[in-house]
Design a protein around this ligand. Sequence first.
Ligand SMILES: Cc1cc2nc3c(=O)[nH]c(=O)nc-3n(C[C@H](O)[C@H](O)[C@H](O)COP(=O)(O)OP(=O)(O)OC[C@H]3O[C@@H](n4cnc5c(N)ncnc54)[C@H](O)[C@@H]3O)c2cc1C
Ligand SMILES: *[C@@H]1O[C@H](CO)[C@@H](O)[C@H](O)[C@H]1NC(C)=O
Ligand SMILES: *[C@@H]1O[C@H](CO)[C@@H](O)[C@H](O)[C@H]1NC(C)=O
Ligand SMILES: *[C@@H]1O[C@H](CO)[C@@H](O)[C@H](O)[C@H]1NC(C)=O
Ligand SMILES: *[C@@H]1O[C@H](CO)[C@@H](O)[C@H](O)[C@H]1NC(C)=O
Length: 502
Amino acid sequence: MKFCPSTATLLFSIPLQADAGVDATDSCCAALSASSVGQQVVYPHQELFVKSVESYWSRSVRLSPSCIVQPKSVEDVSVAVSTLVQEGGSLSSCKFAVRSGGHTVWAGAANIEDGVTIDLSKMNNTIHHPENKTASIYPGARWASVYKTLENDNVTVAGGRGGPVGVGGFLLGGGNSFHSARVGFACDNVVNYQVVLASGAIVEANENTNPDLFKALKGGTINFGIVTRFDMKTIPTEGIWGGAVTYDWSTAYQQIPAFVHFTDNIHKDPYASLITMWQYDSKTDTNSVINAMHYTKPVAHPAAYDEFKQFSNMSDGTRIDSQYVHVTELSQEGESRNVFVTGTHANNAKVIQKAAELHKQVIEEAKKHAKSKSWILVLIIQPWPKLFTERGSGVGGNVLGLERFDENLIQTLYDYSWDDKADDELFHRLARSNHQQLDGYAKMINADNEFVYLDYADKTQDPLRGYGEQNVKYIRRVAEKYDPYGVFQYQVPGGFKVSNVN
Ligand SMILES: Cc1cc2nc3c(=O)[nH]c(=O)nc-3n(C[C@H](O)[C@H](O)[C@H](O)COP(=O)(O)OP(=O)(O)OC[C@H]3O[C@@H](n4cnc5c(N)ncnc54)[C@H](O)[C@@H]3O)c2cc1C
Ligand SMILES: *[C@@H]1O[C@H](CO)[C@@H](O)[C@H](O)[C@H]1NC(C)=O
Ligand SMILES: *[C@@H]1O[C@H](CO)[C@@H](O)[C@H](O)[C@H]1NC(C)=O
Ligand SMILES: *[C@@H]1O[C@H](CO)[C@@H](O)[C@H](O)[C@H]1NC(C)=O
Ligand SMILES: *[C@@H]1O[C@H](CO)[C@@H](O)[C@H](O)[C@H]1NC(C)=O
């Protein structure tokens, strides 16, 4: 490496100034092209480049890097990282980004302009190891393909609930799954990580080897290295009962107590999971309530959902099917412009009522100003009970910091989509102000919470800070140990960085 040793120790507090012009970036791509991964480097005029750019879920995030490298193996990733670090010579050049499934909704998290994107989508295998009840899952896989492979052997894993969502980003930020009440967050089910460090070294992280890195990767995202393989515990499966149940908006307020009780009672039947969506669609000018009910056993209409039976539904997609089919159905279509903003609150009926009022106000506000032909405003409310943390904490812990809260929580996600770029400012503003107003109200009634779920967070939010001071210190220490020059802080600007925590 060509780092200047005298400045190296300062890098965590004083990043070198960026001075990478177009020429510098060209030399980075040229160095990659000249290396042993040269065959895997693609440029803007090439079809594979365009395909990679267009495969980001949201239209809002489709940046054009100087070149994209698509490694096929851990060795390729190691060569790409070493080449970019060495060619850079200082942390100011050869900036790069890391992408798995490309589902992050803000631009620059998993890609870059004037830099190189390392696109892991070719590393997308899933291999079941029945002998030790684990599966090796590669970061570029999508959850639908993971389940499809594993279900051939009647097993599954605690992964994403939307079929096309990527493995890498999801697992590094926590991961809420249908199985969370049984086995904790998805990250709690990882027993081993293979990681390429900034030095190019390939290391394993598990309970015995590099245990500090192992724990830090459970929520600590892109601060330490590039994960090239996740080994996860498998779960036997015989199918899942569930699906989306749609109701008229007129039932929304009446359903709130049922949601609150469901969240408080989930420990009585941890096979149950629930996602409540309030969805306004401008094309039909209708606001509806959608409950995605998923029960991780093949049992129809389990008692956990009894309280919802009193509300008459307009459509009911529940049935017994494989997890693969359920997540394929649940995948929200991309191809629009999007914003996600998220909040965490106490499981309190007043907060949810306030959220419903604000949701209606936002719809009226958007109707007045939106230029898009079509736009959809979804407020997603999900149980985030203590049980999720209790079920996960037995396995070595994570850095989410949720054990410091002694109450059942809920997660709110403002998930807005539209088609006209001219509305970008409007919908970002509405999502952020809706969240701020609800949070303000929650503070007033002591129902607020400082946790911010990283996988849903907007770039204006500070999810690592929400893990608590001790965990931030821990993440910083682990990052400094495994990446002493701060490559993943400064040379890889995308994603949530521990050096940026306020
Ligand atoms: C339609 C939809 C459905 C969703 N459903 C769920 C859900 O059910 N539950 C839930 O918890 N979340 C869900 N999410 C949120 C989802 O978890 C995040 O968007 C997550 O980041 C997706 O992972 P990805 O691999 O696609 O991310 P990417 O956008 O590729 O990456 C996210 C971040 O992680 C970093 N990163 C990616 N791969 C690696 C790696 N291998 N090593 C190091 N760093 C890496 C990137 O640099 C980036 O900063 C959903 C999102 C969408 C859009
Ligand atoms: C992996 O990605 C390739 C395209 O790069 C695709 O053809 C293949 O179907 C994917 N494999 C799985 C298991 O999803
Ligand atoms: C499980 O078994 C496979 C194949 O024998 C092996 O490669 C892997 O390391 C094992 N995983 C764990 C976590 O022990
Ligand atoms: C999976 O389960 C089905 C139904 O019980 C059974 O017929 C099949 O043999 C099982 N497959 C494996 C690989 O165990
Ligand atoms: C939806 O409504 C139908 C008809 O009333 C009812 O039979 C069904 O149980 C309802 N679904 C759920 C999940 O409550």
